[in-house]
Design a binder for this molecule. Structure first.
Ligand code: ASP
Ligand code: MG
Length: 408
């Protein structure tokens, strides 16, 4: 008998039929002899509706009250899920975040989970019950309800799996697993059977739709095995596991892209110790995430250029922040543009294999796509290109690396 945590997302709980379908999967696992704890998201669309209500209530809505409202979608799901399970003859009870309790930091809307007391959940499991935990929420030091960021139920599920020592955390969603590329873009994308945390982190940093990045990072730190699978089909999903469990390390396991990128180049930056730190400090102060940084070698005048990529939504704030350091430490000129896409080729097996990058550059060249910037890590190569070529690039790369379904 093993212990499992099962997480159901909004689409898997979209209406009562779907909640019954999800509960049926929990019942089946229990009937097969497993202990199961459940984490649930709000029903599809509900969180957005609750946010809209807060916006209507006040343009400057109090953050604690905002969380009080926005966290309720998960409470509804947890209650309904427990009702349905009991109706199926499976003893169950719901828990809100504070009832567990799941402790968090005080930052409403973006709270960090600081600890969990699993005693009550353990008691329910020992009594052969299914605890159904409302995701996305916890309780802050001042005993107010907090939420932990959009898509946060993935994180709740991993925290539960860790605290309960579960053998695996099953994340049910509306796709069959993690794909080698977005199936809406690449029709011949294939489902990946097994992927490492590290690869998944790289995939999720570009495209976080399947699995929240923070949840993957925690799973990696705590060695929680994850399975991403569909709540609508059968068949196994994608296992997200440690590198040691990976039998085959693909040179390229996936192609990821994100479209809403802005590029900013600072020209004529003095090439001296401390200059880059000083130039980027205002961005850190603004809480702007820099997606990519490339610095050139310096020219004869001892000057260099610095290229940054940020999310399009942060573009104006980034430019404003960089204005503050235009004189000191200073740069000669700034060039910027939106409408950029970042395309990344990811694979554990590219470590120590030459030629992976070359294939990428040749493939893009073959399609006449200009590369604006390149960065690499040991398991990822990313390029910035014009946004309108993003899909063409992803398809061409998918084929070039032999990832197309049906290809050898
Ligand atoms: N309901 C929350 C959201 O929409 C949390 C989640 O679904 O994971 O972000
Ligand atoms: Mg989600």
């Amino acid at each position: 008998m093993s212990r499992l945590v099962k997480k159901f997302g909004g689409t898997s709980l979209g209406d009562m039929e779907r909640i019954k379908n999800a509960a049926g999967r929990v019942k089946a696992a229990r009937d097969a002899g497993h202990e199961v704890a459940v984490a649930v998201s709000a029903m599809a669309g509900v969180t957005d509706q609750l946010i809209a209500l807060c916006d209507q209530a006040s343009v400057l809505c109090d953050a604690a009250e905002f969380d009080t409202v926005v966290s309720t979608g998960e409470q509804v799901s947890a209650g309904l899920f427990a009702i349905v399970l009991r109706d199926m003859g499976v003893p169950a009870r719901s828990f809100t975040g504070w009832q567990v309790p799941i402790h968090t930091s005080p930052e409403h809307g973006t709270a960090q989970i600081s600890g969990i007391d699993a005693t009550a959940l353990e008691e329910r499991l020992a009594a052969r019950e299914v605890p159904v935990v409302a995701g996305f929420q916890g309780i802050g030091p001042d005993r107010r309800v907090t939420t932990i960021g959009r898509g946060g139920t993935d994180l709740t599920a991993v925290v539960l799996a860790d605290a309960l020592g579960a053998e695996r955390c099953d994340i049910y969603t509306d796709v069959a697993g993690v794909y080698s590329a977005d199936p809406r873009v690449v029709r011949r994308a294939r489902k990946i059977d097994m992927i490492s945390y590290e690869e998944m982190l790289e995939m999720a940093s570009v495209d976080a739709k399947v699995l929240q990045r923070r949840a993957v990072a925690l799973a990696m730190a705590r060695q929680v095995r994850i399975q991403v699978l569909s709540s609508f089909g059968d068949g196994p999903g994608t296992l997200v596991v440690g590198e040691d469990e990976m039998v085959e390390k693909e040179k390229v396991s996936g192609i990821a892209f994100s479209r809403d990128v802005a590029q900013i180049t600072l020209l004529g930056v003095k090439d001296q110790p401390g200059v880059v730190a000083a130039l980027l400090k205002p961005l850190v102060e603004e809480g702007i995430n820099i997606d990519l940084i490339v610095q050139n070698v310096s020219n004869e005048e001892g000057e260099t250029d610095l290229t940054l990529a940020v999310k399009s939504v942060d573009f104006e704030r980034t430019k404003a922040a960089l204005e503050r350091v235009r004189e000191e430490p200073g740069y000669r000129d700034i060039k910027s543009g939106v409408g950029i896409a970042k395309v990344s080729v990811i694979g554990l097996g590219m470590r120590g294999h030459a030629g992976i990058a070359q294939t990428m550059f040749e493939t893009l060249a073959g399609k006449g796509i200009n590369i604006k910037a390149i960065t690499t890590s040991d398991i990822k190569i990313s390029v910035l290109i014009a946004s309108e070529y993003a899909e063409l690039a992803v398809r061409a790369l998918h084929t070039a690396y032999g990832l197309d379904e049906g290809a050898a």
